[in-house]
Design a protein around this ligand. Structure first.
Ligand code: CP
Length: 314
């Protein structure tokens, strides 16, 4: 692998290798075990053209845990605010000898554009509506902590599917590993065409009735309505009652079912406080911890691949 841009097209073997490496990194991500020095002397550039808390901070933490250094760039305080383009910015940062560029941008396909323009490895930290591959990795790794395998498991992903790069990447990963995915939301935000994105042995079903979709599930991943992508115009005033994970609705889910959300959360919109903070079922903060482990795995896979291939971190 020279870049990490999508889950779409990734083989089950490659995905499983990254998931194994992620699992092996969890104790370091938790701060319980010492990190490694596999990235010592390397500078990783975080180019975030869109806002981020979890992804940016967890890439930064992952680099620190592996002994590297981080260069952070965002529109505020940089020449991006003067109109410098994504590609010109990437070219200039690449010239500073960075080992890899982590990029988040509003343009679907923007990470690939950067990868085509620079010589160093590029990691997609979320590009428009397209993909968010490290989120998929951490989502599946979080499920695997509980279920050991997702094969045959039923996972509902609920909300603004049309605008969600998380839904795309996580669906690709889950179906590659044999899970049954239910994509759930109002017809304005979930097209039946999504059923065609099935990979490998898994399946994708689109549904508009949330109560029916929650029957028999093993986990539900709630999504934020992405008002910044004009999704607000596609939802009605009864969105919470129809598609929100309320306390009452969550109480009817199978007792073992996990509750997940990539964040940030619109509390009281797609999920109620008591559900998001449920100490038994919610894995929302656990996803954040595992996100550091997943990003460590991706960074080492690109920059110190022998460690991942030889299972040194396992
Ligand atoms: N899940 C996620 O991508 O969160 P951020 O936008 O805060 O990075």
């Amino acid at each position: 692998m020279t870049d990490f841009l999508t889950i779409d097209g990734m083989s089950r073997v490659d995905l499983q290798r990254l998931l194994d490496a992620t699992r092996a990194n969890v104790s370091i991500a938790e701060g319980r075990a010492a990190g490694r020095s596999s990235l010592a002397g390397l500078v990783i550039a975080n180019l975030f053209f869109e806002d981020s808390t979890r992804t940016r901070c967890s890439f930064e933490t992952a680099v620190h845990r592996l002994g590297g250094s981080v260069l952070n760039l965002s529109p505020t305080g940089s020449s991006i605010n003067k109109g410098e383009t994504l590609i010109d910015t990437a070219h200039n940062i690449a010239c500073m000898g960075v080992a890899a560029i982590v990029v988040r941008c509003a343009v679907s396909g923007g990470a690939k554009m950067v990868a085509d323009a620079v010589a160093c490895p590029v990691i997609n930290a979320g590009d428009g509506r397209h993909e968010h591959p490290t989120q998929a990795l951490l989502d599946v790794a979080t499920l695997l902590e509980e279920f050991h395998s997702v094969e045959g498991r039923t996972i509902a992903i609920v909300g603004d599917i049309t605008n969600s790069r998380v839904a795309r990447s996580t669906t690709h990963a889950l179906t590659t590993l044999g899970a049954r995915v239910r994509l759930v939301g109002p017809p304005t935000l979930v097209s039946p065409a999504f059923e065609r994105i099935t990979k490998g042995p898994g399946s994708v079903q689109t549904m508009s009735n949330l109560d029916a979709a929650l029957e028999g599930i093993d986990a539900v991943i709630m999504l934020r309505v992405q008002f910044e992508r004009a999704a607000g115009g596609a939802i009605s005033s009864d969105y919470r009652s129809m598609y929100g994970l309320t306390q009452e609705r969550a109480s009817r889910m199978p007792p073992h079912a996990l509750i997940m959300h990539p964040g940030p959360i619109n509390r009281g919109m797609e999920i109620d406080d008591g559900v998001a903070d449920d100490p038994i079922h919610s894995r929302i903060l656990r996803q954040v911890t595992i996100g550091v482990a997943a990003r460590m795995a991706v960074l080492e896979n690109l920059l110190a691949p022998s460690l991942v291939l030889e299972g040194v971190s396992a």
